[in-house]
Design a protein. Structure first.
Ligand SMILES: O=C(O)c1ccccc1N[C@@H]1O[C@H](COP(=O)(O)O)[C@@H](O)[C@H]1O
Length: 221
């Protein structure tokens, strides 16, 4: 067993929160993005968040949200972290962190080695980095598309703040993802669903088990 921490994102029902907690997830994610099949209103999210046991960190995922939107979410939903999953610049990440006093995780989309260069800038202002697959040009969603990137791009890479790996993760590939990248945290959404927006408790359990049973292989240089 390893201490890989798992985030189950895009929960929509009380049973999803229970399943994530029972499986041993460290974080649960609530999506506030109207184009997503996982989108929640603030009162729905509040009810789910109130059902989360201590030890399961509650993360709000937003995409280029303005202050009014974030004010509305943070006023109603008890949260432990904000996940910025749009094209927020480093200055905006810093402003959100200062305004809300919550840890901020910035998502960075990766398709090629050049995409990794911005991570250092974000690592100066964000508490965590989420290294996700870059969405296809015509995608409706900037994440949650079930697509992976080439994990060899980040094999053995380290950054000065904690980071999570995301994008196309499943119970079947979670152990390989940890072994190839050395990630200590994984974030999954569509890979543990029965249908878009409908989480599957068996897949959640299998995912956490696979992630925590994985063995990171140190990169040989
Ligand atoms: O899940 C969504 O609907 C979503 C919407 C908008 C931005 C990000 C979204 N999800 C995040 O995308 C990654 C990868 O998801 P997947 O496992 O490939 O489906 C993950 O960080 C989700 O939090």
């Amino acid at each position: 067993m390893t201490d890989v921490r798992v985030k189950i994102c895009g929960l929509t029902r009380p049973g999803d929160v229970e399943a994530a907690a029972a499986a041993g997830a460290a974080y649960c994610g609530f999506v506030f993005f109207s184009k997503s099949p996982r989108h929640l209103g603030v009162y729905q999210a509040r009810d789910l968040a109130l059902g989360a046991p201590p030890g399961l960190a509650k993360v709000a995922l937003v995409v280029n949200a303005d202050d009014a939107t974030l004010d509305a979410i943070t006023a109603v939903v008890p949260l432990d972290m904000l996940q910025l999953h749009g094209s927020e610049a480093p200055a905006r990440v810093a402003a959100v962190k200062a305004r809300y006093g919550l840890p901020v995780m910035k998502a960075v989309g990766v398709a090629s080695a050049e995409d990794l260069s911005v991570i250092d800038d974000y690592a100066r202002v964000a508490d965590q980095i989420l290294v996700d697959a870059k969405p296809p040009r015509d995608a409706a969603l900037p994440g949650g598309n079930g697509l992976a990137f080439d994990w060899r791009l980040i094999a053995g890479r380290r950054w000065p703040v904690p980071w999570m790996l995301a994008g196309g993760l499943t119970p079947e590939n979670a152990a390989d993802a940890v072994a190839m990248t050395g990630a200590r945290q994984l974030d999954v959404s569509s890979g543990v669903e029965a249908a878009p927006g409908v989480k599957d408790a068996d897949k959640i359990r299998a995912f956490v088990r696979a992630a925590q049973g994985a063995r990171a292989v140190p990169k040989l240089v």
